[in-house]
Design a protein around this ligand. Structure first.
Ligand code: FAD
Length: 371
């Protein structure tokens, strides 16, 4: 059942196959933690996901809570207009400052190479560079860490002490790394228009935020760049033959389908590579599956653990040792389980999946078909 938002009318939509492309976070509202005293604060508290059109930051003291990609994007555009912007972070983030252009594309254009070729070459180069960076983050994390810190130091100057504000405690790539185009975030900090505070919030006051260190931050506007709410399959209350479905009880077939859930595929992309790389792979798989079903007269397909999977250890959707940002940790208990074999995992590895997914044997007993 769906509802027409304009009229409230209830609509029943029927389909033979459900291809879930609803993303992985709640679009209606972002994640805002509850802090003591928020109601007492006389200024405005704003989440970037529901940015009010009438918000005027000019001449205001702004505190941005969080230092992820959202904060890194917001601060450079807020800093010139407001009185001061303070980034209040609980823990530091890795950043990659870089030129906001793709040099190889410009060179190829100068050489008169066609746009189709440029697109393909640039795509391959980005993929290659990302894969190398990801591999090195695992194999030589300390070297990569020092490289990232050197990139920040180059913008903030040798006298700026990177510890604690830019010195994360985890190895690179365990959480997303924010690209800072042309170092714009650091320009505001170097100019004094923006600053960073690493501390924890004790409570909001009427005029700002009291920190656990005992310091206070005065603020007219607080922006909670604290992330989003992960949601599983669009927060839709699924049921199968009248029985409510809890996705956390299912096991995922390669992060695309789920045991016991017939005729449904979910697009869940990569955390460390472009989301759409996997959207493409899943799309090819779904088309192949639908063609296979049509050719063989199957009306339904449902993934099921095979006899050889009996007793397989079931684990959370992703290994927190591998990747552990707050939104995943907050929502992991809602996500389907993964097994220990490649078929029953979303590996988050484009480089193996680009070869493996097109070769999936659709007659494998993991797919149970019915006419
Ligand atoms: C802050 C942030 C930064 C990101 N940066 C990058 C990046 O740089 N590169 C990258 O590749 N990826 C990035 N991603 C991942 C990003 O989610 C994907 O790239 C891309 O937006 C996913 O596309 P999608 O179509 O799968 O889902 P979405 O873009 O999330 O679209 C889902 C659609 O489904 C609708 N929907 C959801 N639930 C329901 C429901 N129950 N009923 C009806 N409609 C529903 C939504 O309203 C929305 O229109 C980022 C994500 C976030 C949150």
């Amino acid at each position: 059942m769906a509802e027409r938002t304009a009229t409230g009318e209830q609509v029943r939509v029927t389909a033979n196959f459900l291809w879930m492309c609803q993303g992985y976070y709640r679009h209606s509202e972002g994640y805002t933690p509850e802090w003591d005293g928020m109601a007492e604060f006389k200024g405005r508290i704003v989440h970037p996901q529901t940015w009010p059109d009438d918000l005027d930051c000019s001449g205001k003291k702004v505190v941005v809570i969080g230092s992820g990609a959202t904060a890194a994007t917001l601060v450079p555009s807020l800093a010139p207009g407001c009185a001061h912007v303070t980034v209040l972070q609980r823990s530091p983030t890795y950043f990659i400052p870089g030129r906001n252009k793709i040099e190889i594309a410009d060179t190829l254009r100068e050489l008169g190479v066609s746009e189709e070729w440029i697109h393909e070459i640039v795509r391959r180069k980005i993929l290659f560079d990302q894969a190398t960076f990801t591999r090195r983050s695992m194999s030589e994390p300390e070297v990569v860490k020092q490289e990232l810190l050197a990139g920040v130091r180059a913008h903030l100057g040798p006298d700026y002490n990177l510890d604690p504000h830019f010195m994360p405690s985890y190895r690179p790539w365990r959480q997303r790394i924010a690209f800072v185009p042309d170092g714009d975030l650091f320009k505001g900090i170097a100019s004094g228009k923006a600053s960073v505070v690493t501390d924890e919030i004790e409570r909001f006051t009427e005029t700002g935020i009291k920190l656990q260190s005992g310091d206070t931050l005065e603020a007219d506007i607080v922006v909670t760049a604290t992330g989003f709410n992960l949601n599983v399959l669009g927060d839709i209350a699924f049921s199968i033959d009248g029985q409510p479905l809890n996705f956390a009880d299912t096991v995922t077939y390669r992060g695309m389908m789920f045991t016991g859930v017939p005729n449904m595929a979910w697009v869940f992309g990569y955390f460390r590579a472009s989301w759409t790389l996997r959207a493409d792979l899943v799309a090819d798989f779904v088309c192949r599956l639908l063609t296979h079903m049509k050719q063989h007269g199957h009306r339904s397909v449902v993934p099921a653990l095979r006899p050889e999977d009996a007793g397989m250890e079931l684990l959370p959707w992703i290994d927190p040792e591998n990747f552990n940002p707050g939104y995943l940790m907050r929502g992991m208990h809602l996500l389907p389980k993964r097994g220990t074999k490649p078929e029953w995992q979303h590996s988050q590895d484009y480089w193996t999946e680009k070869d493996e997914l097109p070769k999936i044997d659709l007659d494998d007993p993991a797919f149970v078909y019915a006419r």
